[in-house]
Design a protein around this ligand. Structure first.
Ligand SMILES: [Zn+2]
Length: 231
C-alpha cells in the first residue's frame, strides 16, 4: 500500500489547458555577481536526496548543467553528503562536524569504516544525450565534475571560460568515465566544456535541488546507530 501523503495542500500550479507544444521555461542568465556568489558558497551545501538520478555511464557523456532557483537565487550544483549501510531503511544525511557516524573513524575497523564513511555527491539539473536524444534529467555527479564546473566559472582560475553556464551562449560538456580496475568503484572522471558555443532549452522547470536534500535524522537516533556500529 502506498504511503499516505501528508495532507499538504497540493501546491501544483493550476495549468490551463495545455497546448500540445511543450513550454520552454525561461532560465535566468547568470551575471558576474551571481557566478561570484556561487564561488563564495562553494562546497557549503547540505545532505540528503532520493529518487531517480542520472549518473554518467562508462565512456563519454554529453552533458549540460541547468541552473535552478532557490529562494530566488540561481544555483547549479548542490552538495549531498550521505552515509550508506548504517540503517536498514536507507541512507542517512551527514551532519558534518557534529555527525556521530563520522566520529566513528577511530572506533571501527577499516572495512566497516569504508562501508559507512560519508559519500559526497553533487546534485544538479541537466540536459544529457541518451541514444542520440536530448533529455532533461536530475543528475548525481562526482566531485571531479563539480570541481571542473566551479573552476570554469571562476574568473581567477586559469581554466575560466566566459559564459560557460549560459543557456543562450554556453557550452555542452563532455564527462568521460574511465575504468581503472575491476571493481565498480574503480573509475575516474574527466569533465571538459566543449569548444562549440550554443543555446540550450530546458524541457521543463528545473527542480529545486536544495529543497530535495533530506534533513539529518534525530540526534539521539544517530547516536544510537553509532553506538551499535562501534560494538
Ligand atoms: Zn557524517
Amino acid at each position: 500500500m502506498p504511503k499516505a501523503k501528508s495532507a499538504k495542500k497540493a501546491s501544483k500550479k493550476k495549468t490551463s489547458k495545455k497546448s500540445t507544444k511543450r513550454s520552454n521555461p525561461e532560465i535566468p542568465e547568470m551575471g558576474e555577481d551571481e557566478l561570484k556568489r556561487l564561488q563564495r558558497n562553494r562546497s557549503k551545501g547540505a545532505r540528503g536526496g532520493g529518487g531517480d538520478w542520472w549518473v554518467p555511464e562508462i565512456g563519454d557523456n554529453r552533458f549540460r548543467p541547468i541552473p535552478f532557483l532557490h529562494n530566488g537565487e540561481p544555483h547549479v550544483l548542490v552538495e549531498q553528503v550521505t552515509h550508506f549501510n548504517v540503517r536498514s531503511d536507507g541512507p542517512i544525511s551527514c551532519r558534518g562536524e557534529e555527525c556521530a557516524i563520522c566520529a566513528l573513524y577511530d572506533e571501527v575497523d577499516k572495512k566497516i569504516w569504508d562501508s559507512i564513511k560519508a559519500s559526497t555527491k553533487y546534485l544538479c539539473n541537466a540536459l544529457v544525450v541518451v541514444d542520440g536524444v536530448e533529455k532533461q534529467v536530475k543528475a548525481r555527479l562526482p566531485k571531479t565534475v563539480y570541481d571542473e564546473i566551479m573552476n570554469r566559472i571562476d574568473p581567477d582560475d586559469d581554466e575560466y571560460v566566459p559564459n560557460v553556464l549560459s543557456m543562450k551562449k554556453g557550452r555542452w560538456w563532455k564527462i568521460s568515465k574511465i575504468k581503472t580496475g575491476p571493481k565498480p568503484m574503480n573509475v575516474k572522471y574527466k569533465c571538459v566544456p566543449l569548444g562549440q558555443v550554443s543555446a540550450a532549452t530546458a524541457q521543463s522547470d528545473p527542480v529545486d535541488m536544495v529543497a530535495m536534500l533530506r534533513d539529518p535524522i534525530d540526534v539521539d537516533m544517530e547516536q544510537e546507530i553509532a553506538n551499535d556500529l562501534s560494538i
